[in-house]
Design a binder for this molecule. Sequence first.
Ligand SMILES: [Zn+2]
Length: 250
Amino acid sequence: MWFVYVVLGLIFFAAILYLLGNYTFWLPLRSAKLPRIVMLHQVTPHVEASGMNMPPAKFEQLLQYLVKKQAVFCFVSELDQYERQSNVFALSFDDGFQDNYQYAFPLLKKYNVKATIYLATQIEGIEKLNTAQIQEMSASGLIEFGAHTQHHVNLLKLSDEEAFAEMQASKKDVEVLVGKCLSFAYPFGRFNEKHQQMAKKIGFKNAVSTRKKVEAYTETNQFNIPRVSTHGAMNALQMRIALAKGRYKL
Ligand SMILES: [Zn+2]
């Protein structure tokens, strides 16, 4: 009989570990005074929900939740102007997938929510936003475009000269498309202190990383801004935990 209790005990223990690992409600409380910069990539019903794709229905739930909690939305490049406000959210999309126009943009318009899209301007192998779509989104006033290098490269694998050129050229490409480009996103979240200095020197106002955190926006982290990690399959509770703590999962 005793082994039944051992098995039950082990199952119970495994369940507790699973729960703590997939619902990080136990992470330290983060004040509503700290801005949340949400990281997203694709928004399409045609690809499975994943860390890279939040299907439109789930994305709409996210927007509804934020609108309901009276979130204040800003572009990533505007974070400094919102330092004294509470409940500030900046949505950000990396890479420049065409589905951002097809599925995310109509919802952003429906709920009047601002977002920043980081374009890897010469990226290959993805269905990317075209010039007309980019310009229409920019003209709407709801979308700002930032840069994400030209070829979506891991900056750590390039020489300093190459890295600088990739970053600078992507800024110029975005400026040609929409007239300005104020913010940068490091591809794969891979970069070091030198790349932060480069982003500053090239003339970006700030830059986002993939650190899964919620922090104050300061001069120290303005070229290493943490983001809230999302997953297309997260449930409503996990969504709340992610937005509150920066991540819902270990
Ligand atoms: Zn990327």
